[in-house]
Design a protein around this ligand. Structure first.
Ligand code: C2E
Ligand code: CA
Ligand code: CA
Length: 406
């Protein structure tokens, strides 16, 4: 529910012609932020209602997406609207309610959003409030983290942890770099709690560049110390980061400045990257692949990617998502998905690794399905660089004792 701030003043002082024209421009601006499936309507006066379907799988995701859309709307209001010779400033006060499978009526939802909007006005205009207090809490937390993250990126409060990836034949030869945020006075924060915020705010571009350089530097340090146990490092790349114009130069300069071989860098992308502008994405991937860099598809099976893209893009490996691995031994459907994914990967000449392997039972099943690369707590949690090498040495010694099925 959106209400325009200062509209009454504009309407009263400059006349209804100006007011009407401003409303038209605001309507167009709202339409430009939304996609075809969304609904935007003017209820009357300066009140608009927007309905968005499928805003998120859970509350956290929904709150993040709402914040992102609200931010886009607010950005449009930063510049004045040019209306019949006047430069007019107005801003949106936004109230939000969610309607999952609740039994409330349409009137109830509008009233809830209206109440939330009223609170937004009381809070000082140009703000967003949620009807549900627990969602408001989540939104406040979001804002708090966003502010702290801006400082964190400047002050480099981050550290990379490394999780070993094991192969049944060769033992451990690669690692996935996973970011941690050591937030002052709070402690270690998991990436699931801050990466989505970095994504929506764009902070991911700077942070992601740091991750790539740091991971390459770490591999170079290990190699300089004679640790030949790790020959490849996998780095997570978010869609916004990949799409950014600086991405290729960031990757290449990290490789050049550390002098590690491009073959030893693997970029983990997700299926969501392949949903839009596949052509552009593919051109970039091909160039980076020609340079020597490897690509893997992370969380495979959780997105909506088309198998034909996977065939056409220069992808080296798919990573079976841990949600399928988790119930592998108890859920027949999951077992079936995993087995066919592995079979498909082999047929398509792709490498395949299973994530989130926690038990010997899962490992044995994966092995019978033909998957010989594993990552998960069964071997090791992600660890700081110093501890990582010790674990890898131990793992490889254990491997000598046939601990990992061949
Ligand atoms: P992901 O890429 O799917 O990473 C795997 C996650 O599963 C990691 O969580 C890892 O600690 C966890 N994990 C590994 N083995 C097991 C297991 O056996 N059981 C269970 N239950 N979990 C396991 P983490 O480190 O909290 O990272 C969460 C997500 O944050 C990552 O999921 C990735 O999407 C994102 N992320 C982490 N680092 C970065 C980064 O540098 N850049 C970007 N863009 N995203 C990152
Ligand atoms: Ca990953
Ligand atoms: Ca994953």
């Amino acid at each position: 529910f959106i209400d325009l701030d200062r509209f009454k003043t504009i309407n009263d002082s400059l006349g209804h012609n100006v007011g009407d024209e401003l409303l038209k421009q605001v309507s167009r601006c709202l339409q430009s932020v939304l996609i075809a499936e969304d609904t935007v309507a003017r209820l009357g006066g300066d009140e608009f209602v927007i309905i968005i379907n499928d805003i998120g799988f859970n509350n956290n995701e929904a709150v993040t997406n709402v914040e992102c859309i609200a931010q886009k709307i607010s950005t449009h209001f930063e510049k004045p609207f040019a209306v019949l010779g006047h430069d007019l400033h107005t801003s949106p006060s936004i109230g939000v309610t969610f309607f999952p499978d609740k039994e409330d009526t349409e009137e109830d939802f509008i009233r809830q959003a209206d109440n939330a909007m009223y609170l937004a006005k009381k809070m000082g205009r140009n703000t967003l409030r949620f009807f549900d207090p627990s969602l408001q809490y989540a939104a406040d937390k979001w804002l708090d983290i966003e502010n702290a993250l801006r400082i964190a990126v400047k002050e480099k409060q981050f550290e990379l942890y490394y999780q070993p990836q094991l192969n049944a034949q060769n033992g451990c030869s690669s690692a996935e770099a996973l970011i941690r945020w050591n937030r002052p006075k709070v402690g270690m924060i998991s990436p699931d709690d801050f990466i989505p915020i970095c994504e929506t705010t764009g902070l991911i571009v700077e942070l992601g560049s740091w991750v790539i350089l740091e991971a390459c530097q770490q591999l170079a340090r290990w190699q300089a110390k004679g640790h030949d146990l790790v020959t490849r490092i996998a780095v997570n790349v978010s869609p916004k980061q990949f799409r950014h114009e600086s991405f290729e130069s960031v990757v290449i300069s990290a490789l050049e400045s550390t002098a590690i071989s491009p073959e030893s860098l693997e970029l983990e992308i997700t299926e969501s990257l392949l949903l839009e502008d596949v052509h552009e994405v593919s051109v970039k991937m091909v160039r980076l692949r020609k340079y020597g860099i490897h690509f893997s598809i992370d969380d495979f099976g959780t997105g909506y990617s088309s198998l034909s893209y996977i065939k056409r893009l220069p992808i080296h490996k798919i990573k079976i998502d841990q949600t399928f691995v988790r119930d592998l031994s108890t859920d027949e459907d999951d077992a079936c998905i995993v087995e066919s994914t592995i079979a498909m990967a082999i047929k398509m000449n792709l490498a395949v690794i299973a994530e989130g392997v926690e038990t010997k039972e899962q490992e044995a099943l994966l092995n019978t399905f033909g998957c010989h690369d594993y990552q998960g707590y069964l071997y090791s949690k992600p660890l700081p660089a110093k501890k990582f090498i010790k674990i890898v040495e131990k793992l490889n010694a254990a491997y000598g004792n046939a601990d990992i099925p061949k």
